[in-house]
Design a protein around this ligand. Structure first.
Ligand SMILES: Nc1ncnc2c1ncn2[C@@H]1O[C@H](COP(=O)(O)OP(=O)(O)OP(=O)(O)O)[C@@H](O)[C@H]1O
Ligand SMILES: [Mg+2]
Length: 506
C-alpha cells in the first residue's frame, strides 16, 4: 500500500490535537471532525442526551453543534463546569432524610425554572426586537425580576430549591403547603410567559448545552438529584417547541451510579445516544488530523483527500521490520479502550518522544514503544481516578497484578480476586466496596471498566486477531462462561506484566 509522503516540515508542525474538545475547537476541530452517526443523530435533534466514557467525544459533539448553530444565527447557551458545585449544594440544602422532600422532583422543577429563565434572558438581551405578542412580556419579566447583577446560574437554581425546601419542611399548615408547592412545581412565576416564548421561538432558535456534569462529582444525594432532575427537565423543555433544544451529556459511569436516573430513563431510552467508536472510525480521526497538519504546511488538498486513511497513518508511523501499517496501528489501537482522547494522547506521546531524534517522517516504531510506558502509567491512573467514587483505591487493586503473567485462567483469576476481597492480599482505601465483592462480582467490575479482556467460549478466531475482547468491543458476553482472561494491553507496560503465549484455543 502506498504511503503518504510527508516532508520534515510536516514533522515539525504535526499536531494530533489537545486532549479536550473545549481547547480543540479553537485549534481547528471542525476541520478534522469525524461526523459520526452519533453526531448526526444528536445534531438532528433525534437524540438529546449524550452518554459516553471520559474522552469519548461528548464535548466535541456539543462544541461542533454549538459552533454551527451560532453560524446559522441561533442563540446558544452553554452551561460550563464552573457553574456547578456539588459541595455547595450539599452544604446549602437540607438532607432528604431530615425532611422527606422528594428531591428529584424539586430539582427537576428548579432546573426547568433555571433553563426557561436563561432562555428568556437570552432572547430579551439588548438589541433583540420583541413585539407585543412576540415577547414584550418576557422582556418586562426579565427586567423586573432578573436584572440585578450577574447572579450565576447555580445561584438561581439554588434559590428556587430553597423556596421549595422552605415550604416542604417549613412550619406551614398542610393545605397552604400543598397550594404553595403546587405553585412552585408548576413554575407559576413564569408559566404565563410560555405561550409568548413559543411565539418568539417561531422566529428564533435557542440551543442550550449542559456538559461536564462530572466535574467535582461527589456521588452525594444532591449530586444525584441534580442530574436526575436535569434529565427530567430536559425531556420536558424539549417538548415545548422544536426551536428550543436542550442537550445534556453525562459520563456513562455516573449514569450507572444513579439508579433513579436509570429507572426514569427507561421511559426515554429513545432520546439517549451512547457514543461508541470502532478501529476504523478512530483511524479516520487520526488520518484527518494528519491531513489537516499537512494541509497547513501547504500540501495540496486534492492529494491529501485522495490519500486513504491507512496511507496517512503509514506516512507518519513506519512499520516494524516484516510488518505492515496495520502492525503499528493495531499495536496502538489495542492499547486503548477505543476513546479518541486515548489515541490522540498515545500518538502525541509517540511524536514527542521522537522529536529531536527523528529528522523525517515516518517515525520509527521505536517512537511508539518509547512512549508506551508514560502513556500506560497515565491511563492506569486516569482509569482509577475515573472510578474513584464507586471504587476507591482501585489503583492498589491494579498494583496486585504487577509482575504477573497477563493471561490467566478463570481459576487463577478467581483465586486472586478472592484473596483481594478477603484482604489476604492487602490493598489501600478499598474497604467501602472490595470486601463485599465475591470473585465473580470483582471480575465483572474489572471487565466493565476495561481492565480485563475476556476470551468468549467457543469463539472462532481469525488469523491475526486477538481471541480476547473488552467491554469496548463486545456488548453481550457471558462472563460466567469465559475460560481465560487477560489484563488489557493498555495497563500491561505500567504493571510490568510478563508476555505469555496465548492459551490454546478452546
Ligand atoms: N468526532 C470527533 N472528531 C474529531 N475529534 C474528536 C471527535 N470526538 C472527540 N474528538 C477529540 O477527542 C478528544 C476528547 O474528546 P472530548 O473532550 O469531547 O471528550 P469528552 O467525552 O467530553 O470527555 P470528558 O468526559 O473528559 O469531558 C478531544 O481532543 C476531541 O477534540
Ligand atoms: Mg467533555
Amino acid at each position: 500500500m502506498p504511503r503518504l509522503a510527508l516532508s520534515p516540515k510536516v514533522l515539525d508542525h504535526l499536531d494530533f490535537g489537545t486532549p479536550s474538545a473545549e481547547r480543540d475547537i479553537a485549534r481547528g476541530l471542525e476541520k478534522c471532525f469525524v461526523e459520526s452517526g452519533a453526531y448526526q443523530r444528536v445534531n438532528s435533534g433525534a437524540k438529546t442526551i449524550v452518554l459516553g466514557n471520559r474522552g469519548s467525544g461528548k464535548s466535541a459533539i456539543f462544541q461542533m453543534i454549538a459552533k454551527r448553530e451560532r453560524l446559522a444565527g441561533s442563540n446558544v447557551i452553554e452551561l460550563s463546569p464552573d457553574d456547578y458545585s456539588y459541595e455547595l449544594l450539599s452544604a446549602t440544602l437540607v438532607a432528604e432524610r431530615k425532611g422527606s422532600w422528594a428531591k428529584h422532583g424539586a430539582y427537576a422543577a428548579a432546573w426547568k425554572y433555571l433553563i426557561y429563565v436563561l432562555v428568556m434572558k437570552e432572547i430579551a438581551k439588548k438589541g433583540m426586537r420583541l413585539t407585543k405578542n412576540g415577547g414584550a412580556d418576557i422582556h418586562r419579566y426579565i427586567r423586573d425580576n432578573h436584572a440585578t447583577g450577574n447572579l450565576g446560574p447555580l445561584t438561581l437554581l439554588v434559590s428556587y430549591l430553597k423556596r421549595l425546601e422552605g415550604i416542604k419542611i417549613g412550619p406551614l399548615e398542610a393545605g397552604l403547603r400543598t397550594r404553595e408547592l403546587d405553585r412552585l412545581y408548576k413554575l407559576e412565576e413564569i408559566h404565563d410567559l410560555l405561550p409568548s416564548l413559543k411565539n418568539v421561538l417561531d422566529k428564533r432558535r435557542v440551543v442550550v448545552f449542559v456538559d461536564e456534569l462530572d466535574r467535582g462529582w461527589d456521588s452525594s444525594e444532591d449530586a444525584k438529584s441534580f442530574v436526575a432532575g436535569l434529565f427530567q427537565a430536559c425531556v420536558s423543555i424539549n417538548a415545548l417547541h422544536p426551536n428550543l433544544r436542550v442537550y445534556v451529556s453525562l459520563r456513562q459511569e455516573l449514569y450507572d451510579d444513579i439508579p433513579a436516573l436509570y429507572d426514569d430513563m427507561q421511559k426515554h431510552r429513545d432520546l439517549l445516544e451512547r457514543i461508541q467508536w470502532s478501529e476504523e472510525s478512530l483511524l479516520e480521526l487520526i488520518a484527518k488530523r494528519i491531513r489537516y497538519s499537512a494541509q497547513e504546511q501547504g500540501y495540496d488538498g486534492d492529494v491529501l483527500q485522495r490519500a486513504t486513511d491507512p496511507a496517512c497513518w503509514a506516512g507518519v508511523f513506519a512499520s516494524p521490520p516484516g510488518g505492515s501499517w496495520e502492525t503499528t496501528f493495531r499495536y496502538t489501537i489495542e492499547r486503548t479502550l477505543y476513546r479518541p482522547r486515548e489515541i490522540i494522547q498515545f500518538c502525541t506521546d509517540a511524536l514527542e518522544s521522537a522529536r529531536g531524534r527523528a529528522k523525517k517522517l515516518p517515525l520509527p516504531f521505536a517512537a511508539i514503544a518509547r512512549a508506551e510506558h508514560t502513556y500506560s502509567a497515565e491511563r492506569a491512573r486516569d482509569i482509577a481516578a475515573e472510578y474513584r467514587y464507586q471504587y476507591p483505591g482501585l489503583l492498589s487493586v491494579f498494583e496486585v497484578f504487577r509482575g504477573r503473567r497477563h493471561t490467566m485462567t478463570r481459576d487463577e483469576l478467581e483465586l486472586l480476586c478472592l484473596e483481594l476481597a478477603t484482604g489476604d492480599i492487602p490493598t489501600r482505601d478499598t474497604f467501602p466496596w472490595l470486601p463485599h465483592c465475591d470473585p465473580d462480582a470483582l471480575i465483572e467490575i474489572l471487565y466493565q471498566m476495561g481492565f480485563l479482556i475476556a476470551q468468549p467460549l467457543g469463539d472462532s478466531v481469525r488469523p491475526g486477531e486477538s481471541a480476547f475482547y473488552g467491554v469496548h468491543q463486545v456488548h453481550q458476553i457471558n462472563l460466567a462462561a469465559v475460560p481465560h482472561f487477560q489484563v488489557h494491553p493498555m495497563f500491561r507496560n505500567y504493571l510490568g506484566m510478563e508476555e505469555a503465549p496465548a492459551p490454546a484455543h478452546t
